[in-house]
Structure formats: structure tokens, C-alpha cells
Design a protein around this ligand. Structure first.
Ligand code: LLP
Length: 427
């Protein structure tokens, strides 16, 4: 995380901006993203794909972090977008991603979403079922349009990641069984309103157990492409999905070069361009969640550090038992002696725990901490549970920083709700 540094004067710093300065200006909890890290990671991924001799386009998975400023930085790096909803499609367009660089994935696209995708003439729609193929065909034909469609296949490989984020097993809801793909692809070629452009896979997320699962999936995909070609069916490209994991702790995680190698191994000799849909690898390490200590209390057996951030902000620890690094921000706390503490939020659930038995110094009320690697699946997964407003988001770029999403205010939290008239006069 070269964008994070600590010094005796400013404490923990993102690029050239001390986190304490951001807390002072914006308050906490606040998500802080490094534009430099986003750019560097986008370039490193591109370099790995180029280095493997692949003709590849990168479509950043907006679900990981859909902040317009983040999307803008990545669009300026030439990345396209992978979207899964009308909201993400609109966000990508608003950030300057052209329709011609947008892929629409997802197992349940509504007619309204498909209409928008067709109106924006997006690069590719990844169809996930026979039913969806028929629906896209009927809609596109009725609108006098042609949808470029790839067929998402489920290769039935085990990505060996958390059960909640594995997607490429036959028991998962995603894609069509690879055995059904040839017949479905032939059907696609015969349907009006559809241009079959290729096949797609995505086997899961936070894949860190080497690249063997990627290799297996791409090898199966390569066989499928050969089979389709032998049947005289047209293919223009192959979508390799996302899923490259990052080290949250000290676990070994594959490098983009290894992923590129797996793609080349399975698909390299087909002579087709490939696509990638990375989310976490680009955005995860580029962000932190900055929080303040509300109180430090000693329980019967444990020390608790209670933050002003909670599971409604960063859900990953509660949802996946995910581990996130936690660092104090002040120069003194960074070098103070540590002892174990549970780091928790104020939400009324035991699951609202960021870390157990973590080595941390004494932290007085008001002390700042940073939860690391929170740039992906952080802000986007937050809720207003316990009637807590959504946190602010800040982008750091060199020595500059800007609020890129206002902290939600309490009035906005109540704004959409109303009491029906027949209850208003009741005692
Ligand atoms: N493409 C498709 C079709 C996907 O479903 C996903 C993620 C991606 C690309 C991007 O995957 P990535 O490169 O970020 O691994 N909320 C979970 C992660 C869910 C991922 C869902 N799909 C978490 O916090 O770990």
C-alpha cells in the first residue's frame, strides 16, 4: 500500500494528506480513497495483461466502489465498466464511461434495465439463462436494435473462497451449465435482435488460493470456444470475469501476472481479445475507513474499543468474518505499546465487531483509527441500520483532497418517510 505512510509529525497519511486533517475537515466516519493508488493498480493490471501478450480490455466492476470520483479516475485510465443494475449503468455513464465500454452482468436484469442497456448501445450484455436470451431477443427486435450478447457459463470449478462469494459451482445461481452452452449458443445465433459475441465466466471473488481455479475455468472456456468454432458459430471475444484476491492480512495472493498467465494458458492460442471485470483488486487497497474512538471500556475479560463506525458502514467483518487491518492514526499511538482489544461498532448486535483480540495501543475517546483495504465492497454495501446516516467519502489526489460524497444528514434519513393521513390525528 505505497499510498499509505506514517511519519512522526503527521501520523498516518494517504498520499500527501494526513488522515487527521481529513477527520478535522470532514468528521468521521469517512471513507478515504487514494486516486494515485487507483491509477497505479489500473496500470499494473494493464501492464500484466500486455506483458502476457494478451489483447485485453478491463471493465472495472462498479459494484466494488461506485463513487463517481473513483469511476472518473478509472475512466480516465481507459477502463470500461462492468455493471449489474440501472444505477451502476447510470453511474458509469455519469462518470464518463462510454456505452461502448460497458458490460452488463447479473442474473436478474429487468426489462427496464435491458431497455436502458439497449438505448445506451452498450458493448455487451452477459446473458445468464435461456429465458434471458429469449427476453433480450424479443425486446431488442421490438425496438429495432441489436444486442451484443455473451453467454455466461458456469464452469463448475471451486474457487476455494468464502462460500458467500463463490459463483462458479454448479450449485450456484450464476450462468448456464457449461454442458448446455453449445445448444444455447447456437440458439443465440438464430435469434433475431441478438449478435452473439462470445462467452463469459466469473467464478468467484477474493480468490487467493493460487490461480489454479482460474486456470481450470479458462481451460474449460477454451475448450468450449473450440467446440463452438467447430460448429461454425461466431465468437468475437471471451470475458474472463473478475475475482483476483488481495492480501487483507498476510495471506499470499496471486499477482496479476499469474492471472494473465492463466488466461494465456487457457485462451491464448484462440487469437481472440479477452475482457476482465476486476473490482476488488483495483479498489480494495486504495481505500480506508477513517473512524474515531467513542469510548474504550474494559469488560470482564476483554478490552473493547468502540468506534463511531459500525457494521452498517463496513459490513464485511460481520458478513464474511473478513479481516481488515486496523491502524491508529496519531503519531504517538502508532508507536505506543499494544495489547489485545476487540474493536467494535455501536450497533446493537454482537456481530458488529471489526476485530477480536487485535494488538492496539490504548485509545482515548476521539482517537482516530483507519480500517484498511476498505476501498472495495465498503461504502457500497453500507446501510442506515440503527438510523445511522451514510458516511462521507473523500478522494485524495497527491496533496489535494475533496469530499466526493457528502455525509448524509439526519433530515435526509427521514425525508422519504411519511405517516399516512389517517394516523396523523390519532392519539
Ligand atoms: N464480475 C462479476 C460478474 C461479478 O459478480 C463480480 C463480483 C465481479 C466481476 C468483480 O469481482 P472482484 O474482482 O471484485 O472479485 N461483497 C463481497 C464480494 C462480492 C463479489 C460479487 N461479484 C465482499 O465484500 O467480499
Amino acid at each position: 500500500r505505497p499510498h499509505l505512510s506514517a511519519n512522526a509529525f503527521d501520523g498516518l497519511t494517504v498520499e500527501e494528506v494526513p488522515l487527521a486533517r481529513i477527520a478535522e475537515a470532514v468528521g468521521t466516519p469517512t471513507w478515504v480513497y487514494s486516486a494515485g493508488a487507483l491509477r497505479r493498480r489500473a496500470r499494473a493490471l494493464r501492464a500484466a495483461l500486455d506483458g502476457a501478450g494478451l489483447r485485453a480490455s478491463i471493465h472495472y466492476a462498479v459494484k466494488a466502489n461506485g463513487n463517481l470520483a473513483v469511476l472518473r479516475v478509472l475512466a480516465a485510465e481507459g477502463l470500461g465498466a462492468d455493471v449489474v443494475s440501472e444505477g451502476e449503468l447510470r453511474a458509469a455513464r455519469a462518470a464518463g464511461v462510454p456505452g461502448s465500454a460497458i458490460v452488463f452482468s447479473g442474473v436478474g436484469k429487468t426489462e427496464r434495465e435491458l431497455r436502458l442497456a439497449l438505448a445506451e448501445d452498450i458493448f455487451q450484455i452477459n446473458a445468464e439463462s435461456a429465458e434471458e436470451l429469449e427476453a433480450v431477443s424479443a425486446l431488442a427486435a421490438s425496438l429495432g436494435r441489436t444486442a451484443r450478447v455473451a453467454l455466461r457459463v458456469n464452469p463448475d470449478v471451486d474457487a476455494r473462497t468464502h462460500a458467500k462469494i463463490t459463483t462458479g459451482r454448479s450449485e450456484n445461481k450464476f450462468g448456464v451449465p457449461i454442458a448446455d452452452a453449445p445448444a444455447l449458443y447456437a440458439r443465440m445465433a438464430a435469434l433475431p435482435g441478438i449478435e452473439p459475441v462470445g462467452v463469459a465466466v466469473h467464478i468467484g471473488s477474493q480468490i487467493t488460493a493460487g490461480v489454479s481455479a482460474f486456470r481450470a475455468a479458462y481451460a474449460r472456456l477454451g475448450e468450449l470456444v473450440r467446440e463452438l468454432r467447430a460448429a461454425g458459430l461466431p465468437l468475437q471475444r471471451v470475458d474472463c470475469g473478475g475475482g483476483l484476491g488481495i492480501p487483507y492480512r498476510d495471506e499470499p495472493a496471486p499477482l496479476p501476472e499469474a492471472l494473465a498467465g492463466a488466461i494465456r494458458h487457457g485462451l491464448g492460442d484462440l487469437g481472440l481479445p479477452v475482457m476482465l471485470e476486476p473490482g476488488r483488486w483495483i479498489a480494495g487497497p486504495a481505500g480506508v475507513l477513517l473512524a474515531s474512538v467513542v469510548v474504550q471500556k474494559q469488560g470482564a475479560a476483554r478490552r473493547f474499543v468502540v468506534l463511531d463506525a459500525a457494521m452498517n458502514d463496513l459490513l464485511r467483518p460481520a458478513m464474511y468474518e473478513a479481516w481488515h487491518g486496523i491502524l491508529p492514526v496519531s503519531p504517538r499511538a502508532l508507536v505506543a505499546p499494544c495489547s489485545p482489544a476487540d474493536v467494535v461498532g455501536p450497533v446493537c448486535e454482537t456481530g458488529d465487531t471489526f476485530a477480536r483480540g487485535r494488538a492496539l495501543p490504548a485509545l482515548d475517546p476521539g482517537a482516530l483509527v483507519a480500517l484498511l483495504d476498505a476501498g472495495a465492497y465498503g461504502a457500497v454495501m453500507s446501510s442506515t441500520y440503527n438510523m445511522r446516516p451514510l458516511a462521507a467519502e473523500v478522494l485524495v489526489d497527491g496533496a489535494r483532497f475533496a469530499v466526493v460524497r457528502d455525509r448524509q444528514d439526519h433530515a435526509a434519513l427521514l425525508a422519504g418517510m411519511r405517516v399516512p393521513h389517517w394516523l396523523e390525528d390519532a392519539p
